[in-house]
Design a protein around this ligand. Structure first.
Ligand code: ATP
Length: 355
């Protein structure tokens, strides 16, 4: 069995800059693969090579086990099955319909197929009724969703996205995340996306590659990579439930960490001085009633964001600080939680991990 997409020993040199250094990995069909890395790590460079827009300086790209030869025919044939959403949305000064229809027209679809394809794609990104609107007059979030609809209209077997939710408000970002999760689940679309947002990678990706200064530093499932989060991650990643503060060891061998805004978190380790801590969302117990338990940390807050990810729902809860908790869809429905619901959170001192 071969990978759906594979790169071997990729290098990319720009004048005076090595943007990719010996990058190798394979992505399975139907996998969501996230590239995480700070600015300038080489994510865009790598995605443009995978989109066959640019050629590597050395190394190979393989689709379904066959090496890309960069002939016009090879590029054209392969690119028919690839959808790409760029970091900066590139929409044409035309109606939303025409923008979404673009890829279908280029592929010589019939009028009826184009109409149906555009309709389905706009429904997917929840922009029904936007057909006649000029794409350049849309909000940033709407424009990004149109760009996604354009990429999805061709029903790509491979979808590439460069920071698809950067600079978007939470509502638009969560719509995009839901669409990605759905097309991957239902259409088995292979997705390779870059993101700065570790939380998003955790939600969506089956595997993650950490890219730093053109090199892959680590590759694996979220749990493998973030079990003991790497210190450099905290410099750029917007990890959820990450707090920096001042820790004071207690005589019981635990620590009380002042993370600001009047919030003190108890941790099972013994440490005095400044620390950065992470509480995994799955370790937070959420309830609509005050929680009586042995958990050393209990809080009360309001639900300010809900992300439906299929069987799991992530909730952002505003307390002294924002926390993210995750619960099953079933508990979510049972608890009848909505935006602005009052909820209670609890987590154990042993769930507070130092990074
Ligand atoms: P960001 O998150 O800021 O988009 P990135 O991980 O996508 O970063 P790239 O855009 O791939 O990073 O850039 C990798 C490196 O290559 C950077 O140092 C960048 O300045 C450089 N670079 C990118 N494109 C070119 C180019 N056309 N010519 C010269 N240098 C370039």
């Amino acid at each position: 069995m071969h990978f759906h997409v594979e790169v071997r020993n990729l290098c990319k040199d720009y004048p005076g800059k090595r943007a990719l250094i010996d990058v190798s990995f394979g992505v399975e069909r139907g996998e969501i693969f996230a590239l995480i890395g700070p600015n300038g790590a080489g994510k865009t460079t790598l995605l443009r090579i995978l989109d066959l827009l640019d050629e590597p300086s050395s190394g190979t790209v393989l689709f379904r086990g066959a090496e890309v030869d960069y002939s016009i025919k090879d590029r054209k044939d392969l690119r028919r099955g690839i959808g790409m959403v760029f970091q900066r949305t590139v929409l044409f000064n035309m109606s939303t319909f025409d923008n979404v229809a673009y890829g279908l027209k280029v592929r010589g679809m019939s009028e009826r197929e184009i109409r149906e394809g555009v309709k389905a794609a706009l429904e997917l990104v929840r922009l029904q009724g936007f057909e006649g609107r000029n794409a350049l007059a849309l909000s940033g979030g709407e424009a990004q969703r149109v760009a996604l609809a354009q990429a999805l209209a061709i029903e790509p077997e491979l979808l590439l996205l460069d920071e698809p939710t950067a600079n978007l408000d939470p509502r638009n970002a969560s719509i995009i995340e839901e669409v990605l999760s759905r097309v991957n689940r239902e259409g088995k679309t292979t997705i390779i996306m870059s993101t700065h947002n570790v939380f998003q990678a955790e939600n969506l990706a089956h595997r993650i590659a950490l890219l730093n200064e053109g090199k892959i530093e680590r590759i694996g499932a979220f749990q493998d990579i973030f079990e003991r989060p790497h210190r450099f991650l905290s410099e750029f990643a917007r990890l959820e439930n990450v707090f920096s503060g001042f820790s004071k060891a207690t005589p019981e061998g635990t620590s009380i960490i002042d993370v600001g805004n009047g919030l003190h978190i108890e941790a099972a380790f013994e440490r005095s001085g400044s620390v950065i801590v992470h509480i995994p969302p799955e370790d937070i117990i959420l309830s609509t009633r005050p929680i009586v338990s042995s958990a050393r940390n209990t809080l009360e807050g309001l639900v300010v964001q809900i992300s439906d990810l299929g069987s799991i729902v992530k909730l952002k809860v505003r307390s002294n600080r924002d926390f993210t908790a995750q619960i099953t869809k079933r508990s979510f429905n049972d608890m009848k939680i909505g935006l602005n619901s009052k909820v209670f959170l609890a987590f154990k001192a042993s769930s507070v991990k130092m990074i």
